[in-house]
Design a protein around this ligand. Structure first.
Ligand code: ADP
Ligand code: MG
Length: 706
């Protein structure tokens, strides 16, 4: 086995490879393009493209593709061969600078939320040099992938990457301005992201027999097995060999692609697992998380497994999230959310910490909207995942520190020493003492924030965009206030902090976010509780939100409109697919199985009646109890027939998807509750029907047989 450092990045055209393949001036030009300070000339692009092709061909690549992230939230690609015919129609391999820089896929079949009229189908993908190209290899097929943005003919972003790149610019501007005010120096600032990925594995044979897993990625029915996760024996348990082999294969492939996989472990629910990478610059981390999901799915099939990325594949056990760890870092390597050993003395740390708290207070509802999805609705607020109410957890030490800054009337250096006294025991251990509050959607965990409400199947781009923008906005406000102070002394900085600590106080919550009392308390504090996807998405209709999103140029009006439309429509369509699948399963599986079982029982009772009658026995008692059992089965069948009819009628009456908002609310309010009833009727029958008559793999098989 080659060592990790040998395989890591072996399929990435990284700086080291570039340096070896390119002339010095071109390499330097590319480095400037990577950090966004200059554009490449066509000659330079030609040299780079040629070098890339030679390198990729050395890894057996025959094709290249612009690799991008349309609003579907997944990745897209269209392969072109390096093959060209010259004037004599002789085959040669060629890859030009213009092919590298731009491509023109037909945009008409990607979701655009009405941004592109059907007669104008053109869209462009353009190379993002800040994320290195890589060769995706599956057995003996290899393709050069070029991370790209995806734009409409009118120049509007039709993808997830463009706004992320724009938001990095905005964050850099505000944060480096803060640093200049605080320290007199102005390094570049970028956000860092580490996306912990949770997932379920199921045996492929069982998966293939479940129409709901195939169509919807989650089980729509399924009676609870006697054992779920109540024994708490799966979390961090011994990883089964079959799963370990799978994890290892995924990681080897990801290492080649430069994805720094770090941690793997069993999660809380049976068959649930997690992979956490080492954090990177946000743009790269977002690309890598997409790659991770792709590779996980492909490799699973080779191991006779299927990976479930849906937020709630099984009722009754935990769903899956994607903890988005987020911080800000300077190009000198300083983590701006690192408290150091004496956070109370580290005003810079406090400044950025308070900016983040204020950002969530001000824009928590927008952040909430970025993680709204039909899958995540089943998770947020269920007793296992942070609720839909945004709040910030800081831990008792930091919270106490902010309280102290807030309450000190006399903000002189005397107060600073008082802080010193008050928290004398604090230094050194501060990282470890940020106690783990697993119930908070947005928790400070030592030297970064962890946004826990992101769904397992979601791209981390949009939540990162909003975090970047909201923190930039807070920093702008704080910078503006600091500029009006007479100097930049500790006293002035503390008075700015004090103002914003006060204002953002309602968002801070150290208690149990799962408790009902918190819902009431949050309401008293005026914190929004956007329970469902449609409610969360229409936040984007509000004028103040539009103003926030457009002000810094991260999203234009049509881009906002498009995203909201695509999400509302996607939500309605997802539930439409789920409800149609559910009806099919009822008609093709649950009812036939139940009728078979009912027939067996009825026949058995009839036989018993005949036998006892011909023997002259008094069978009234036994026959009565067996008839009651038959009645139980037939009543459940009757209830299911009624609920499935109601569901069918409601689905037929659904408004057109064109009316995205109306349709989303209809599916949420009219369809989802009936689906729940149909499910409960199915599950009652599943618990009664003869296992030989039940055609679908059960939870028992899906969750306990790897
Ligand atoms: P915890 O145990 O608190 O979850 P870890 O150190 O295990 O913390 O990190 C969890 C995730 O957070 C990892 O993906 C890690 O790379 C990421 N992470 C750590 N530091 C940062 C940071 N400064 N910015 C972004 N992500 C980070
Ligand atoms: Mg974590």
């Amino acid at each position: 086995m080659p060592s990790l450092t040998k395989i890591f990045g072996s399929h990435v055209f990284d700086l080291r490879t570039m340096k070896a393949c390119l002339s010095k001036p071109t390499f330097n030009a590319l480095k400037r393009a990577i950090d966004g300070s200059a554009r490449l000339s066509l000659e330079e692009a030609n040299e780079i493209a040629h070098a890339m092709m030679e390198w990729a061909v050395g890894l057996n690549a025959t094709h290249y593709t612009h690799w991008f992230q349309p609003l579907t939230g997944r990745t897209a690609q269209k392969h072109d061969a390096f093959l060209t015919l010259d004037e004599d129609f002789t085959a040669i391999e060629r890859f030009s600078g213009s092919q590298l820089i731009q491509s023109e896929p037909d945009a008409s079949s990607f979701p655009s939320g009405g941004m592109r009229s059907t007669f104008e189908a053109r869209g462009y993908t353009a190379w993002d040099p800040s994320s290195p190209v890589f060769v995706m290899q599956r057995s003996n097929v290899a393709v050069l992938c070029i991370p790209s943005v995806f734009l409409s003919y009118t120049g509007h972003a039709l993808d997830k990457k463009t706004p992320l790149l724009r938001s990095e610019r905005v964050l850099n501007q505000s944060a480096s301005e803060s640093l200049e005010l605080l320290t007199g120096r102005k390094p570049r600032v970028f956000s860092t992201v580490g996306a912990e990925q949770e997932y379920f594995l199921v045996d492929q044979e069982f998966f293939n027999q479940r129409p709901d897993l195939i169509m919807a990625g989650r089980t729509l029915i399924g009676c609870q097995p006697p054992k779920g996760q109540q024994m708490e024996d799966h979390y961090f348990g011994t990883i089964k060999d079959r799963v370990l082999m799978y994890m290892e294969a995924v990681e080897r492939e990801l290492y080649r692609l430069g994805v720094p996989c770090k941690t793997r472990h069993n999660e809380v629910a049976p068959h649930q697992f997690e992979m956490a990478p080492i954090f990177q610059k946000a743009n790269l981390a977002a690309d890598h998380n997409q790659l991770t999901m792709d590779v996980m799915q492909k490799v699973a099939k080779e191991h006779g497994l299927e990976v479930l990325l849906n937020e709630k594949p099984f009722a009754g056990v935990n769903g899956s999230g994607k903890h988005l760890n987020w911080s800000m870092q300077t190009d000198e390597g300083t983590n701006l959310l690192e408290p150091g050993s004496t956070p109370h003395k580290n005003l810079r740390f406090l400044y950025f910490l308070v900016a983040a708290v204020h950002a969530i207070h001000k824009r928590g509802d927008v952040l909430r909207s970025t993680i709204a999805s039909s899958g995540n609705d089943h998770r947020l607020g269920a007793n296992e995942a942070p609720p839909a109410i945004m709040s910030v957890f800081l831990g008792s030490h930091l919270s106490g520190l902010l309280d102290l800054v807030e309450s000190s009337m006399d903000l002189t250096s005397a107060v600073i020493s008082e802080i010193d006294l008050g928290l004398a025991e604090l230094p050194q251990v501060v990282r470890d003492t940020t106690d783990r509050n697993r119930t908070s959607p947005f928790a400070f965990t030592g030297n970064k924030f962890e946004f826990r409400a992101v769904g397992s199947s979601q791209s981390v781009s949009l939540p990162t965009v909003i975090l970047n923008m909201a923190v930039a906005e807070s920093l702008d406000e704080m910078n503006a206030m600091l500029e009006t102070q007479k100097d930049r002394s500790e006293k002035s900085i503390l008075s700015v902090l004090r103002h914003f600590i006060k204002r953002s106080k309602p968002i801070r919550f150290e208690g149990n976010n799962y408790a009902d009392a918190w819902v009431a308390e949050a309401e008293k504090r005026g914190l929004p509780n956007l329970r469902t996807t449609p409610e969360a998405l229409i936040v984007w209709e509000r004028d103040d939100v539009r103003e926030f999103l457009t002000r810094s140029g991260v999203l234009a009006e049509p881009e906002i409109e498009a995203r909201m439309h695509v999400k509302l429509e996607g939500y309605a369509k997802e539930i439409d697919i789920e409800s149609s699948t559910l009806l099919r399963m009822v008609d093709n599986h649950v009812l036939p199985s139940s009728f078979r079982h009912q027939t067996h029982v009825a026949q058995s009772i009839q036989a018993l009646a005949q036998a006892t009658a011909s023997a002259g026995m008094d069978a009234a008692g036994v026959l009565g109890s067996q008839a009651a059992y038959l009645d139980k089965i037939s009543s459940h069948i009757a209830r299911l027939l009624a609920s499935r009819d109601e569901l069918e009628a409601k689905v037929e009456a659904a408004p057109s998807f064109e009316h995205a908002k109306e349709s989303a609310f209809y599916y949420r309010n009219q369809i989802v509750p009936v689906m729940d009833r149909v499910r409960s009727d199915c599950d009652s029958l599943e618990s009664l029907v003869d296992a030989n008559d039940w055609a679908l793999p059960t939870y028992h098989e899906l969750l306990f047989m790897l």
